[in-house]
Every structure is written in C-alpha cells, then in structure tokens.
Design a protein around this ligand. Sequence first.
Ligand code: FES
Length: 189
Amino acid sequence: MADTTATATPEATTTEDGIRRRDFLDIAAVSAAGIGGLAVVYPLVSQMAPSKDVLAASTTEVDVSGIEPGQAIKAVFRKQPLFVKRLTAAEIEAANATSTGSLRDPESLADRTKEGNEDILVTMGVCTHLGCVPLGAAEGEVKGEYGGYFCPCHGSHYDTAGRIRKGPAPTNLEVPEYEFTSDTVIQVG
Ligand code: FES
C-alpha cells in the first residue's frame, strides 16, 4: 500500500507565529557570517596596536655627564622631544624659593627630580597647552619670565623646575618615568 503521508520539508514548515523554519535557517546563517567577520577583523586590529612589550622596549637612554650646569640637551622619547637639563645652584634656589601653594600645578622641585640628583631636570619638551615645543633648552633661546622654558605659540612661561607660571598651559611640563641606571646615565620609559 502506498504511503500517502506528506513529508514536511523545511520550506513547508510553518510555526505558530507564521514564520517559516527556513527563515530561522537564513537568520542563523547571517548571524554566523557576522560572527565570522568579527573573528577575522579583531586579530587584524589587535595586531596593529603596539603590544605592551613593544611599548616597554621603547626607552631612551641619556648620558648626563656632559651636561654643564645651565645647559640642557634635547633628546627624543617615543617620538616626542625630551629635555634633560642640569640646573645651576641659582636655578635650584629659585625653584625652591617658590611656594608650591602659589602654583597652578603645585609641585616642588624635589617632586619633579630624583633624590640626590635634584640638579637634573627631565621633562617632555611638549607644551601642555597645545603641544608646541617650548624654547629654552638650546643655547641662546628665550627662557621666559621665570628662567625655564617659554612656549612661543601662545606665551606660556615655565620656571626653572619646568612648572607653569604664566600663560594658558594648564599643567607643568610632564616629567616622564625615568631612573638613573648609573651615576651618569638615565633611562627614560
Ligand atoms: S602650545 Fe604652548 S602656549 Fe599654546
């Protein structure tokens, strides 16, 4: 006897909501494609970002032994200018004579240098206003009204400790992470 029972195909199956099962299959296929797309894109993006290892490796070493009191040298740290200055006794005195409470960004010279090496001031050479490179590190450059650095872009004056004293810059010149790896060499970063 012939089997007259109809076999339901996915196309023909209809749920109580009236949605064909095939629709579910289509939706599932699209969702899987979307996830697959993400899975491909994410590793590409994550590969483009520098890893912690790469960042950690980008340090700068500076030999400070040749820097005379009152002189500064310009170096590069992570593609940005870095100033390393040896302060004179008068510059240290001027920095310490300023009450930190009167400062826009209160920090003492001791806060911004290493104990025993308060004469070595290490700062980024990047104005904290809009990022210009301040003057004052090279011989003969204008040092501003407070004897440190002067940003000619909009007139920010930094003192001998690299602290903002006048002008639009909101904060002191940044002191990056650094340490003395010997009596004469610093490693920045
Ligand atoms: S960028 Fe230095 S004062 Fe504006």
